[in-house]
Design a protein around this ligand. Structure first.
Ligand code: ZN
Length: 278
């Protein structure tokens, strides 16, 4: 076998060192502490929030916009959310701790999302909710501008059985624009959501909530599948046979049940592998 030249061997060695450094850096991206602190939140929770951001971006639920948050495990009157950043780029260092008025706990915190009030108002109104997703996913947006209701097509979307309310921002007196960018519009959205798992936002997108990050993420992904398949089923013509409460059984479709399997739904590891590349 032909021996490698010295320069070739140096190149191979350098590549290996760079690859190892990149791998280490990737690990650190998830594991490092927030620049402004996460208030002593559980490190697994912090990692899951970063992974949740990456999964939702990788699965096409979030683009450069939209966000996911988690209620603080030590301080239920606070939550964690990325600074103003595309979800695919979020690391632990980008997480900011907020109170339930949408104010950063640390005055030195970087600029936040304008629509962080969505999260603040829902956590304030719903003690059972520990993770919130806000997205503009095109498939779901279709139903946010239509009189055709979004309804459960299959068992993985049984959380839609109790109904999907529509938030109409025009009803918030004196408000201009489509953004939920203060507590008044956030509170109105939380009221529209009520005790449900999902609320559509007319001309904007939706919010999905869950009892933990994996459940809020999985609901967002299955919501997208449901919306796409429902649109196709309607297009076929005939009668669409939607799921009913009887199909999902007692307690089925409730909004804040613990994850169906263990703490992590089975698909979480699969989505995480695809999103994080390891
Ligand atoms: Zn939005």
């Amino acid at each position: 076998m032909r021996r490698m030249s010295l320069s070739a061997r140096v190149a191979v060695y350098t590549s290996a060192v760079v690859a190892a450094a990149c791998l280490w850096a990737t690990e650190r991206v998830v594991g490092q502490e927030s620049r402004t602190g996460t208030g002593g939140a559980n490190l697994q929770l912090v990692d899951d929030l970063v992974v949740g951001n990456r999964i939702l971006a990788n699965e096409g639920i979030l683009d450069g916009l939209g966000h996911i948050s988690v209620r603080h495990d030590q301080r239920p009157d606070r939550f964690l959310l990325s600074r103003d950043l595309a979800p695919a780029l979020v690391t632990a260092a980008d997480l900011v701790e907020y109170d339930l008025d949408g104010n950063p706990v640390n005055a030195q915190a970087p600029r936040g999302y304008q629509e962080r009030f969505i999260h603040a108002a829902i956590y304030r109104a719903r003690p059972d909710v520990r993770s919130v997703v806000h997205a503009h996913t095109p498939s779901v947006l279709t139903f946010a501008v239509s009189t055709i209701p979004l309804r459960p097509i299959y068992h993985m979307a049984s959380f839609l059985v109790p109904g999907v309310p529509m938030y109409e921002i025009r009803k918030v007196a004196g408000h201009q624009g489509m953004l939920v960018n203060d507590m008044r519009t956030g509170t109105a959205l939380a009221q529209a959501l009520g005790d449900k798992a999902v609320a559509l936002m007319r001309g904007h997108g939706y919010v999905a909530v869950g009892p933990d990050i994996p459940e809020a993420v999985s609901r967002s992904i299955f919501l997208d599948v449901n919306a796409r398949v429902q649109l196709q089923a309607i297009g076929l013509g005939g009668t669409v046979n939607y799921l009913t409460a009887a199909d999902v059984g007692p307690g089925g479709g409730q909004t804040a049940q613990p994850s169906q399997t263990t703490q992590y739904p089975r698909s979480w590891a699969f989505w995480k592998e695809r999103a994080m590349g390891r």
